[in-house]
Design a protein around this ligand. Structure first.
Ligand code: NAI
Length: 328
């Protein structure tokens, strides 16, 4: 029998948590045969709601769910964690300045990074979902000097999946035949979904679509502003698709990406494509043996360069702001 994997989920009582936990417990995160111990981390006021979710997890009788434990402090929540999904964050409320938002999140992701540093397993892998995800990941990583920086990542897989969905709708091609889409930069409205290297049924996507106006005025804003469109339509933010993307991110990281394709993830830059080293930015990535690698050698045209640079500039600003606040 295999040793169970400890998976810590923060914000477990929230919307994404409710969609995410059942998929982890059913084996979709790591594999059907991998036993999982879930560690739910919440703030004290939300522990009771997390207990309700834990009751439902038990009632689902997932064969490989070994334990569900609930914690209200990071030190206990991350003890022994192999995988950590940092979903809980401080949302921006009306009238909140960016500095206040970053400070409030620094107060969450700094202590969580420290707890990961002090108590997580040696193979800890962290995915930050809570916004501003890239910068929250940077804050957590900088509070965890003993953990390799590459273990701290932020989620742009939802944006990646949204781009696949739009290309599928536009061309009537199933998602399974669309490859090599890339999200560059920040998980924000400045992100750049790039189809110049993508393939649709084996043909270059930009050539198949052959409509730069659609790309600039339709595709890119639709993908980048999809979150707002869902709030507008549903009266609540995207939760099931966000949970699905978190599952995809960790599954790709741990189990690898298929030959001849790549995915998008925000990982610490090594300087590739002119993105300053250390910035947690979205790249085209493959995964092998549990390690992300940035896809190298892609030609970046002017259309792409302007947009990548704009999103990276926003990440640099966010980094400088959290530095000025003493959060990194
Ligand atoms: P939600 O408000 O339903 O749930 C958040 C939960 O986090 C709450 O239960 C809250 O008690 C908990 N929480 C807050 N501070 C915490 C802390 N210090 N420790 C542990 N738990 C804490 O929000 P929802 O819809 O589940 O979204 C969560 C986050 O994910 C938001 O920041 C949202 O912006 C972000 N998001 C990111 C996406 C991405 O693509 N990267 C996509 C969609 C959402």
């Amino acid at each position: 029998t295999r040793t169970p994997v400890n998976v810590t989920v923060t914000g477990a009582a929230g919307q994404i948590g409710y969609a995410l936990l059942f998929r982890i417990a059913s084996g979709q995160l790591l594999g059907k045969d991998v036993p999982v111990k879930l560690r739910l981390l919440e703030i004290p006021q939300a522990v009771k709601a997390a207990e309700g979710t834990a009751m439902e997890l038990i009632d689902s009788a997932f064969p490989n769910l070994v334990a569900v434990d609930i914690f209200d402090n990071p030190a206990d929540g991350f003890a022994g964690a192999n995988v950590a999904l940092l979903v809980g964050a401080r949302p921006r409320t009306a009238g909140m300045e960016r500095g206040d938002l970053l400070s409030a999140n620094g107060g969450i992701f700094g202590p969580q990074g420290k707890a990961i540093n002090d108590g997580a397993a040696d193979d800890i892998r962290v995915l930050v979902v809570g916004n501003p995800a890239n910068t929250n990941a940077l804050i957590a990583a900088s509070a965890a000097p003993d953990v390799p920086a590459e273990r701290f990542t932020a989620m742009t897989r939802l944006d990646h999946n949204r781009a696949l969905g739009q290309l599928s709708l536009k061309t009537g091609t199933p998602v399974s035949e669309i490859t090599k889409v890339t999200i560059w930069g920040n998980h924000s409205a400045t992100q750049y979904p790039d189809i110049f290297h993508a393939e649709i049924a084996g043909k270059n996507a930009a050539e198949v679509i052959n409509d730069e106006a659609w790309l600039a005025n339709d595709f890119i804003p639709t993908v980048a502003k999809r979150g707002a469109a869902i709030i507008e339509a549903r009266g609540a933010s995207s939760a099931a698709s966000a949970a699905s993307a978190a599952i995809d991110h960790v599954h790709s990281w741990v189990n690898g990406t298929p030959e001849g394709d790549w995915v998008s993830a925000a990982i610490p830059s090594d300087g590739s494509y002119g993105v300053p080293e250390g910035i947690i930015s979205s790249f085209p990535v493959t995964s092998k043996d549990g390690k992300w690698e940035i896809v190298q050698g892609l030609e970046i045209n002017d259309f792409s360069r302007t947009r990548i640079d704009a999103s990276v500039a926003e990440l640099i600003e966010e980094r400088d702001a959290v530095k000025a606040l003493g959060l990194i």
